[in-house]
Design a protein around this ligand. Structure first.
Ligand code: UGA
Length: 435
């Protein structure tokens, strides 16, 4: 079995490395020569726990290689996975499929013998059919099937999510393609992972339905958190109290500054557009998108109000800039709304993130980037935890208090206990734990 993985972004690189760990020969392909030569030298372009070792071990074992030569990689492959980007298209919110379709054409030109072409990127319903059409038009003689196999891994937990998934979804009606996919995922059969075989379109929709449902769950608890603040209830107890009902489930009920990242914002928007196009609008997701966009900005208001209604001339320390911990990914991070809003209100912003500083420097100009949490809090009028990195969970509060001008903390991830913070002498504002 031989796989070609087209695209060495998050999904492509993790999936390629994990498939090679399954014992399959994998060639990862990317147009970016610099990226490929860095990967060849063992340099991993993203921060993902465990990925460097996984790549190194499989490269050493000779099962994982990198190339810019799509033609030769595809020629020898039994299955070609398309894992290129599908960013939001400028202007209309649809997913931009130009990279997917471009890859389909190149794959068609290089295919040799029966090949299963698999879309791993998150692609709107109908994309698989279009990929098949492009391949057929480019190479009328090609022997192939198209299959949808969406990825459900989370950044920061990507390897364990891939190796021990809740389920695998495979969309194809071809028996022959199903056989190839069964062979690829054989190790997961051994650990009794449920494998859902379905049609192309259904598989494509499952991915969007899963992500938008999770985004809805987060948005629901965020709104309940706001209500908790008004009525004096505790959102964590509400989440536990409802989550213990197996029909609801406890996961993804942690309130915060709004969801971010490279998936939820893009996928909610894309599904809204698809549904509108098909005249079957998903009004609940439209509302989720709207609430989440506004929420990120409202978080700046929360910080401003904790500072007595104005941050003009004040210094705000921001701890955590990435959209969640254990990643260096800044895409659609709440910090990208919060920090500029604080600056626009006249605040000086100092910030620190364990992994996100390199990207953040470009995306957040005029922020004083610091070396540590304590450097950041030095001289600050308030500190806000925006991302719940572990190293912010046990801050030396006495030291922080001495360093800060005012002991004010706005904890947007509810890392601390309100009672303990009050005892420590902090004015403490959090999310959904009303007093
Ligand atoms: C998400 C999905 O969880 C994965 O299953 C999916 O494969 C992936 O998108 C994708 O489509 O590729 P990811 O974006 O890495 O994964 O991150 P999540 O852990 O889902 O978090 C997304 C956002 O929701 C973060 O900003 C996080 O802080 C927020 N969140 C999450 C909450 O505010 N509360 C929660 O309870 C959970």
């Amino acid at each position: 079995m031989r796989i070609a993985m087209i695209g060495t972004g998050y999904v492509g690189l993790v999936s390629g490395a994990c498939f090679s760990e399954f014992g399959i020969d994998v060639v990862c392909v990317d147009k970016d020569e610099v990226k490929i030569s860095r990967l060849d030298r063992g340099e991993i372009p993203i921060f993902e726990p465990g990925l460097d070792d996984l790549v190194a071990n499989n490269v050493r074992a000779g099962r994982l290689t990198f190339t810019t030569d799509l033609k030769s990689a595809v020629k020898d492959a039994d299955a070609v996975f398309i894992a290129v980007g599908t960013p939001t298209r400028r202007g209309d919110g649809h997913a931009d499929l130009s990279y997917v379709y471009g890859a389909a054409k190149e794959i068609a030109e290089a295919m040799d013998g029966y090949t299963v072409v698999v879309t791993k990127s998150t692609v709107p319903v109908g994309t698989g059919r279009e990929v098949a059409k492009i391949i057929r038009e480019t190479r009328p003689d090609a022997d192939f099937d198209v299959c949808s196999n969406p990825e459900f891994l989370r950044e920061g937990a990507a390897i364990s999510d891939f190796m021990r998934p809740d389920r695998v979804v495979i969309g194809t009606e071809s028996e022959r393609a199903q056989e190839v996919m069964r062979a690829i995922y054989r190790p997961l059969y051994l650990i009794e992972t449920p494998i859902v075989f379905t049609t192309l379109q259904t598989s494509e929709l499952i991915k969007y339905a899963a992500n938008t449902f999770l985004a809805t769950k987060i948005t629901f608890i965020n709104e309940v958190a706001d209500l908790c603040e008004q009525v004096g209830a505790d959102v964590h107890d509400v989440a536990r109290g409802i989550g213990l009902d197996g029909r609801i489930g406890r996961k993804f009920l942690h309130p915060g500054p709004g969801y971010g990242g490279s998936c939820f914002p893009k996928d909610t928007l894309a599904l809204v557009k698809t549904a509108q196009d098909y005249k079957a609008p998903l009004r609940i997701i439209e509302t989720v998108v709207d609430i989440n966009d506004k929420r990120k900005k409202q978080m700046a208001e929360k910080i401003i109000s904790a500072c007595g209604g104005s941050v003009s001339g004040k210094t705000v320390a921001v701890l955590g800039l990435t959209f969640k911990p254990n990643t260096d990914d800044m895409r659609d991070s709440p910090s990208l709304d919060i920090v500029p809003a604080l600056q626009a209100a006249g605040a000086k912003v100092k910030a620190y993130d364990p992994e996100g500083m390199r990207e953040a420097r470009e995306m957040l100009p005029d922020v004083e980037m610091c070396e540590s949490a304590y450097d950041t809090m030095d001289g600050a009028d308030a500190v806000s935890i925006v991302t719940e990195w572990n190293e912010f969970r046990a801050l030396d509060l006495e030291r922080a208090k001495k360093l800060m001008k005012q002991p004010v903390m706005v904890d947007l991830r509810n890392v601390y206990n309100p009672e303990d913070m009050r005892k420590a002498g902090f004015e403490y504002v959090c999310v959904g734990r009303g007093t």
